[in-house]
Write a protein that binds this ligand. Structure first.
Ligand code: KG4
Ligand code: ZN
Length: 353
């Protein structure tokens, strides 16, 4: 069964074809990232307009790269939430229209859950992807670390899961993006912080870890504010000095030390809670998902500390893509979940797990 996946929840216009929920046949991503860089974050109106320009060429390229015509496509899967309203609308309307005129079943996919399903891809016809050898096994512990979400989820089986905990404030990726902006590094912040951290000392500053009642809950606003206070102090200013003026007043070495120390506390936090959940629930597999799952530091630390073999997918499948949507779409078709009416499917910007 071949599924076309369509994803437009944020700044990536993406489409992909996946066979039987495990074979990646194509994966096309057009990002409007460059257009947002000068604003230090994604501008929703610019993202939505850019999706309108890119959606048809991206879908056509995904079909062409997969050497697939419409006759070979068995279903269409589309992200209907969570995400930016204007962005989601473009993908959902495109998918609804195609489902009607090509007469294909349409599946409404949850973007956050789909990030996890990127880990189910184990084969590909594409030469520039390195995929895990095996699909994850249940019970499956998933750490979701993206720009919008930080969650630990325990799956007993497909579509049977418990949310163990989540962030009370910023998502980890969002915290990386905000700290990067404060230090004057380009968006997205995760890779920028990782690059600067290479020249810094992770022990230079002892940013605090949040102490929360829920043992699998997260909070990143505390360490983020600690970065702000440290940066103000280092540059000789008081705590009311505006954050957007700090970058030019810090030395390169100070920025590198802040980046390394912040990356350490952020990654330690998610690794510690994953280990704790691993001990309590004894999963057969652990996966990481979402943009921050591309972090080499996170991968190195987890592999070193987890008493279980953990396989990582290609970093290109951690950030937003259509392949994860097509993969989850396949399992939705198999387990009869989320079949949508192409005449009425609505967007769900606040959808969560
Ligand atoms: O999953 P994603 O592409 O979009 C959302 O669904 O939110 O995640 C985007 C987040 C951004 O905050 C970005 O800073 C972070 O993922 N990110 C990374 C890396 N690549 C993207 N963080 C750490 N290391 C990376 N290589
Ligand atoms: Zn995402």
């Amino acid at each position: 069964m071949k599924v076309l996946g369509i994803e437009t929840s944020c700044d990536e216009t993406a489409a992909a074809v996946v066979e039987d929920g495990r074979i990646l046949l194509s994966n096309i991503v057009a990002s409007s990232l460059e257009l947002h860089k000068k604003y230090g974050g994604v501008v929703p109106e610019i993202a939505a307009r850019s999706h309108i320009e890119s959606i048809n060429p991206v879908i056509n390229e995904a079909l062409a790269n997969a050497k697939t015509g419409w006759d070979d496509i068995d279903a269409i899967a589309v992200t209907h939430g969570a995400g930016l309203g204007g962005s989601l609308l473009v993908g959902v309307l495109a998918a609804r229209t195609l489902a009607i005129i090509k007469n294909k079943p349409l599946y409404a996919v949850n973007h956050v859950q789909a990030h996890i399903y990127a880990n189910f891809l184990t084969k590909t016809t594409l030469s520039n992807y390195k995929l895990p050898a095996n699909q994850p096994k249940f019970p499956l512990l998933a750490l979701i670390v993206s720009g919008g979400h930080t969650q630990l989820v325990l799956f007993q089986n497909h579509f049977k899961y418990n949310l163990l905990g989540q962030t009370h404030d910023d998502a980890i990726g969002e915290a990386f993006d905000k700290v990067a902006k404060m230090l004057g590094f380009p968006y997205p912040g995760g890779p920028s912080i990782a690059l600067a951290a290479k020249n810094g000392d992770p022990k230079a500053f002892d940013f605090p870890k949040a102490n929360l009642a829920g043992k699998y809950d997260f909070s990143f606003s505390g360490p983020k504010t600690a970065v702000l206070r440290t940066a103000q102090k280092l540059s000789g200013h008081s705590h009311d000095f505006p954050s957007y003026k700090l970058a030019s007043r810090l030395k390169k070495a100070q920025k590198a030390d802040i980046a390394a120390s912040f990356q350490k506390v952020a990654i330690d936090t998610v690794v510690d809670k994953t280990l704790l959940a691993g001990e309590e629930f004894k999963p057969k597999s652990v996966v990481i998902a979402g943009g921050v799952a591309a972090s080499q530091e996170l991968r190195t630390q987890l592999s070193a500390k987890l008493p279980l073999l953990i396989e990582y997918t290609d970093p290109k499948l951690c950030t937003d893509n259509g392949a994860m949507i097509a993969t989850l779409g396949y399992y939705q078709a198999k387990y009869k979940q989320g079949l949508a009416d192409p005449f009425s499917l609505e967007i769900a910007p606040n959808l969560s797990m």
